[in-house]
Design a protein around this ligand. Sequence first.
Ligand code: SF4
Ligand code: SF4
Length: 470
Amino acid sequence: MSKIPVKDISKEPEMVSLYKKREKIYVREIHGLFQKLRSVSLWLLMLGYFGTPWLNLGERQAVLFDLPARQFHIWGMTFWPQDFMLLSWILIICAFGLFTITNLAGRVWCGYTCPQSAWSFIFMWIEERTEGTRNQRIKLDKAPNSIEKIRKKALKHTMWLVVAAWTGITFVGYFAPIRELVPDFFMFDISAWAFFWIGFFTVATYINAGWMREQVCIYMCPYARFQSVMYDSDTLAVSYDPNRGEPRGKRSKNKAKAAEQEALGDCVDCSMCVQVCPTGIDIRDGLQYQCIGCALCIDACDDIMEKLDKPKGLIRYTTENELAGGKIHLMRPRLFGYSAAVFAMMGMLAFTIYDRTPFQLDIERDRGRLYQMTVNDTVQNSYTLKLINMSQEPKSYSLSVEGLDGLNIIGKTDFDLDVNQLKEVSINLEIDPEVTKTKASKTNIEFIISETATGEEITREESRFIAPRS
Ligand code: SF4
Ligand code: SF4
């Protein structure tokens, strides 16, 4: 007789947590070639970020995003909301640039220049100076509360907050003149919005770089998730060489184990590569999405190899192909395609900026009336012109109209505009209806702006003139 299998469902189901509890990472400080390279990139980044808003060009801050005036001043050029197309271009170029660099050398952006990594490294540096080395920090966290522990922790958090606040002030300094913002901030005389954004960026920096650190890279950064699609077997990545390192094992001075020791690979299983890793992973487990490509494990392992009198490079920048016994091929069709696209787009962007008309003309027809008849029996159309001088010097401009013979401009035709000045002017165009009666009721016309001093045409915009049919 066959039995029907039954399952006991009377017991409480076992709860399995889908969330892994965070284990605090105590990163060991390491010195070496790649640590030096990152120090250089970090210093350059910090100098650029904290220093740029303090630089002036002429009377004005060299980089200032003046939102109330809707003007974006970048190194002597002024961009307007109308130029936002250029911003899309810049973002597309950055995205392609990131694809290119990732295809070439993996996550070098994350390891050397990403603000999250850069600020995290500053905060770790402060931690090392205030709480001591990795082992001292582990001991301190396990120790019961004491005056000394509270003093060290308080000093660390105060220093973190100072860096975070200065980061927030600097960020707002890109949107409000920083030379006025900083004294006003210390005098408590800043706007509520400035105060809000300084507070927001202070808190965000303190939490992201102080508390969340690798969690941002592992769980929040979208780049970590899709970077693998840009990799191929010729992408340079920080990798452990298992052919050379395995079987790994600790070395022993016991002569009885000499034969066993002989069979071991170069990895002495010292775990230094894990202890220096800011994301807490073991690179010996292979390429992982948590790896930010900082190469600190290379420095750590090279240091060990040097002490053991073995060649460096057990962990190194290499490719999947090379680890499989092949060669490193840096230039390949995919990378060539990405690079060509980036350079072509950069060239086009540079040409567009160079060729940009330093003047903006917007024309609005009076929507209320198609046309009006005057007491002199002429037809008039009304227009509002918006003129912006986007060049870096005050200029005089002249207005003319083409497209319909006998058309007169009623209103001002000469305008003086200061640098970045916007002027709104109303004008009427007038014509004898005899001229238009043989034409269509709507005629395309062009408004032309020329520079008064040289007579050179700056820009022309199309509009329409409407007149009765008969
Ligand atoms: S640092 Fe080098 S030797 Fe030490 S465990 Fe890592 S790979 Fe092995
Ligand atoms: S494994 Fe860790 S230390 Fe090595 S490159 Fe990746 S993130 Fe850096």
